[in-house]
Design a protein around this ligand. Sequence first.
Ligand SMILES: Cc1cc2nc3c(=O)[nH]c(=O)nc-3n(C[C@H](O)[C@H](O)[C@H](O)COP(=O)(O)O)c2cc1C
Length: 304
Amino acid sequence: MSLLQVTIAGVDFKNPVIAASGAYGFGREYNRLYPIGKLGGVSCKGTTLHTRSGNPAPRIAETPSGILNSVGLENPGVDHVLEFDLPWILKQGTVVISNVAGSTVEETCATVEKFSESKTDMIELNISCPNVKQGGAAFGVCADSAAAVTREVRRVCKKPLIVKLSPNVADIGEIAKAVEAEGADALSLINTLTGMRIDIKTRRPILRNNTGGLSGPAVFPVAVRMVSEVYRQVQIPIIGLGGVASWQDGVEMMLAGASAIQVGTAMFTDPFTPLKIIDGMEEYVREQGLSNISELTGAAKLWE
Ligand SMILES: Cc1cc2nc3c(=O)[nH]c(=O)nc-3n(C[C@H](O)[C@H](O)[C@H](O)COP(=O)(O)O)c2cc1C
């Protein structure tokens, strides 16, 4: 086994560095810069049952050390992804994770069923999406609805199932345990933190949607805290993300309890970030005399 190889829910990754959903499309643009097969995995753009054009612009606002986005899950719909995007990315030699969202349990399950019949390697269920039947609150903000959507998805999902948790909750451990009990094979956390900016001249929110999701280095300490909390409460592996921008951040996230990491916003300023993280982590693992990087997972020694 190589120094960086990790196994999550029975799936082997050549290294623990995965592109985060929404920051990498389906990998084509990045593949012009380097072979995306160098990455451990790619979590593809969040996909829904039907085409979605997303929210009106402006839908990105800059913030110190991060961005707010209200893209609103713009995507071509599952049938298009299955026909045009998935066959291409499956040939690139990286683990392919199909990220799924939906506004109702029925819509979410229908999309998962379609991916389940495909050759995708894993499914990542994004439960931060507003649930129209419950008045727009996301499935992921309470343990009952997070459990309910996971239960239904588990019934139709034949692939290893990662459930991606929202940080916009009082007790993320409670949600993680509820989702684990319903059969999730792994967790990924965190999605974006809800935020808002206002233009002081126009007195209008900068985003046309008023609010958006904060990501980037600004959220990193929140993500590390949440990964550490969840690690102590579940048995299933955790993929840690939120503000990871360097190999040192990747190591920190693994020490907190992650078995692998995802990188999102950092690639908007430097698309080579994941490659730099892979190299830096490998050197660190050698220097530390470890036989495999997974020895870092949860190795932080918390104060009593
Ligand atoms: C522009 C943009 C689009 C995103 N789209 C998705 C998405 O479709 N599905 C999803 O699960 N997460 C999506 N995310 C959230 C990221 O995958 C990630 O959870 C979050 O940005 C925190 O990681 P980061 O700080 O490394 O970006 C998106 C984030 C950004 C910035």
